[in-house]
Design a protein around this ligand. Structure first.
Ligand SMILES: [Fe+2]
Ligand SMILES: [Fe+2]
Length: 278
């Protein structure tokens, strides 16, 4: 059974004074991240031969599959990973939903991380198209986690600059490969969730090799660089710095996302109606 240690959680947020300063929403976001971290930590274990240090082996990660009541690739909107919890009633969406409505009502598990990532890209003076890619890069994990870069690119392609969708797609395979010169080291988080000796499958390696030769490689790489340190549960972030950017670069359909017959309209509808059985 997965239990929250309240004292440990408060300590992880910087103590009771820090928690009191947080909005209700920030606390909920922080709790979500904390639980995910603890779940990842449950898969940790010493390698049999000691060579993996504190990280599990890929075989150990595989052996954990049947200990869960869900699959790790499922979208965050569709399951609670805490077996002691039930999913919540979701607020209804407006009749003609806009991107910002999704951030407010559906992207509640991923938005904090994405805001941090986009803030970092802003501070680093990256182009508006790349900042937008950072803002959007992981929200598709609400729908499905596995291959989320590809789903994300497909979801946004009808509405954003081509470079933005390209960077969202390729940030995913690029995260498995270091580029020290660009400032990207292989993350320990991946050693935890895939195993220290995990080798990306051939299709991921091929995507990386193709992306490396592409003129927009830097854009997808910048998404991974801005991704790296964007997991601070105490960060006070919101959509405000990006509202103008979204207005400028995101082609909001007048019918509302989900109702414009675009190639990804059904994906938006799945986010609007995740309790629909068919
Ligand atoms: Fe990602
Ligand atoms: Fe990310």
């Amino acid at each position: 059974m997965f239990k929250i240690d309240r004292r440990e959680f408060i300590a992880a947020l910087g103590g009771i004074a820090a928690v009191n300063l947080m909005s209700h929403e920030a606390r909920a976001d922080a709790l979500e991240h904390y639980m995910e971290d603890r779940l990842y930590a449950q898969t940790e274990g010493k390698a049999a031969d000691g060579s993996g240090g504190d990280f599990p082996s890929a075989a150990q990660v595989t052996s954990q599959i049947t200990t869960r009541h869900y699959r790790r690739g499922v979208g965050g909107l569709f399951v609670t990973t805490n077996p002691a919890e039930k999913v919540t009633q979701l607020p209804a969406m407006p009749a003609k939903p806009k991107l910002l409505d999704f951030y407010e009502l559906r992207f509640t598990r991923t938005r904090n991380h994405c805001y941090q990532s986009a803030n970092k890209a802003l501070q680093n003076g990256l182009s508006e198209e790349v900042v937008l890619a950072c803002l959007l890069h992981d929200v598709s994990q609400e729908l499905i986690r596995v291959d989320h870069g590809y789903y994300g690119a497909q979801l946004f392609e009808p509405y954003v600059p081509e470079l933005t969708a390209w960077a969202i797609r390729y940030h995913q395979p690029l995260r498995f490969f270091a580029d020290e010169k660009a400032g990207y080291t292989y993350p320990d988080l991946y050693r935890n969730i895939y195993g220290y000796d995990y080798v990306p499958p051939p299709h991921v390696q091929a995507a990386y090799e193709a992306a490396k030769k592409h003129k927009w490689y830097y854009a997808a790489r910048e998404v991974t660089v801005s991704d790296l340190y964007a997991f601070d549960p105490n960060a006070k972030v919101n959509i405000d710095p990006f509202v103008n950017l979204v207005a400028k670069h995101f082609k909001q359909p007048p019918e509302g996302l989900g109702y414009d017959n675009s190639p990804s309209a059904h994906m938006w509808r799945s986010l609007i109606y995740p309790d629909s059985p068919l």
